[in-house]
Design a protein. Structure first.
Length: 236
């Protein structure tokens, strides 16, 4: 295949050149992944307010819609946040798919005398676990945000909606499985992001892996405790 002339490459915008490069796509995945971790920690902390009762939880949900007022109109902060997260998710998924396709294209031939090395458990988890999470995010929005598939959605009573939802065993199962996938994704993804951004080194490698594992356990456990508490009657 003929090489692309240097003059053509140089006329491309720098942002496009960055996106087209492998390291650029990995950097986008790393930055968006860390953005999701920050969001998940804040979201988890808010969810745990459900243990303080319906009044506190509903008040917290209402307060989220007032962030930014009077500079921003009512609930605009949430919509801006959602737009940023959707854009970040789109970039994250597209970069992941393109990198996976690029990896397969680079190794198109199976060796006759030597089997192709098997992908690690972490690599498999990042691929099919990521696909599972993408489907779950759509479900979660339709369930507890839009109320389309919710068991008993009441817009101004989030405590009631969450409790009604998690009293159904199969809804709990969907959430718990997705959260386990999330934990595995964070555990490996945090280390991968640190490596991509140049933060990983021989001296910090173990600390970064431990930090990723702790983050994964805290976020997964923090989210899982809510459906488990509702299912066991601790919250309700």
């Amino acid at each position: 295949m003929a090489r692309e002339p240097a003059t053509t490459r140089s006329t491309r915008p720098a942002l496009r050149l960055f996106w087209d490069s492998t390291i650029g796509k990995k950097a986008v995945m790393a930055v968006t992944g860390l953005l999701f971790v920050v969001f998940l920690l804040a979201h988890m902390a808010g969810n745990l307010k459900i243990f303080f009762g319906a009044g506190t939880f509903d008040h917290y949900a209402g307060w989220l819609r007032t962030i930014g007022e009077p500079v921003l109109p009512h609930a605009w902060f949430l919509w801006i946040q959602r737009a940023v997260l959707i854009l970040a998710l789109g970039l994250h998924v597209v970069a992941a798919v393109q990198l996976s396709a690029r990896d397969r294209k680079a190794r198109p031939v199976r060796y006759a005398h030597r089997p192709r090395p098997r992908a690690s458990f972490a690599t498999h988890t990042m691929r099919w676990g990521g696909a599972t999470l993408a489907v779950f995010i759509v479900w979660h929005i339709l369930d507890l945000t839009a109320g389309v598939v919710s068991q008993d959605f009441v817009a101004d009573r989030p405590f009631h909606t969450v409790v009604a939802d998690f009293q159904v065993w199969w809804v709990n199962l969907v959430y718990l499985v997705a959260l386990l996938m999330l934990g595995l994704h964070i555990n490996h993804g945090f280390w991968s992001a640190a490596q991509t951004l140049g933060l990983e080194s021989a001296s910090r490698g173990r600390a970064i892996k431990v930090a990723g594992t702790v983050l994964a356990v805290v976020i997964t456990g923090g989210f899982m405790i809510v459906p488990i508490a509702v299912m066991t009657g601790w919250v309700g």
